[in-house]
Design a protein around this ligand. Structure first.
Ligand code: HEC
Length: 163
């Protein structure tokens, strides 16, 4: 009995290896990157690259274990979900109100220590942000919010209510 279960398990494991999610890899410079609208200093770029971009950009730097199922499905879910919420490579397509809101969400996530996800920092130890790095990002997000506030009337910063 145990042998049979084991065989079924191994066969299933082999079969699922053939079903791979499409990788999140976009070629070339991204035309809608946040830097097209706002200055992104190197200090901020470095933090985004090591701690956020794998799930919040059009390019994921995949680890070797992404070649194993069901791991790849699980990672892929994070990337799709992460990008849907916030994508630095699509940022310039966001409405003013959405940009304003996303920067607020970034600040909140950093303050609460919710991002990067714990499941990510367990392996990507260098993505654990120290207080200075968090503050650098928070200050930068705040400066974008301030510049939006200075430039646009207050009602254009409010997201329209969902109908
Ligand atoms: C391992 C993947 C991963 C990494 C790395 C990651 N995120 Fe996320 N992020 C997600 C996922 C998945 C969601 C959506 C679900 C959730 O909110 O937990 C999300 C949601 C968000 C949101 C939207 C929150 C909201 O209120 O809707 C923001 C903003 C965000 N992340 C910012 C960041 C920043 C900034 C970093 C880097 C410091 C980062 N994330 C790193 C996966 C990731």
């Amino acid at each position: 009995m145990i042998k049979k279960i084991l065989i079924v398990f191994i066969v299933a494991f082999v079969i699922i290896q053939f079903f791979r999610p499409k990788k999140n890899i976009a070629a070339g410079e991204q035309p809608n990157h946040i830097s097209k609208l706002y200055n992104v200093p190197d200090s901020v770029k470095t933090i985004f690259t090591k701690a956020c971009n794998d799930c919040h950009s059009n390019n994921t730097n995949y680890p070797w274990y992404n070649n194993i199922q069901p791991v790849a499905w699980w990672l892929n879910k994070h990337v799709i979900d992460g990008k849907r919420h916030f994508n630095v490579d699509e940022f310039s397509t966001y409405s003013i109100a959405k940009q304003y809101k996303k920067m607020k969400e970034c600040i909140d996530e950093l303050k609460e220590g919710e991002m990067p996800l714990t499941s990510y920092t367990l392996i990507h130890r260098d993505a654990i942000l120290n207080n200075a790095e968090k503050q650098t990002l928070i200050n930068w997000c705040t400066s974008i919010r301030d510049s939006l506030k200075a430039k646009y009337p207050a009602d254009s910063l409010v997201m329209p209510k969902r109908k």
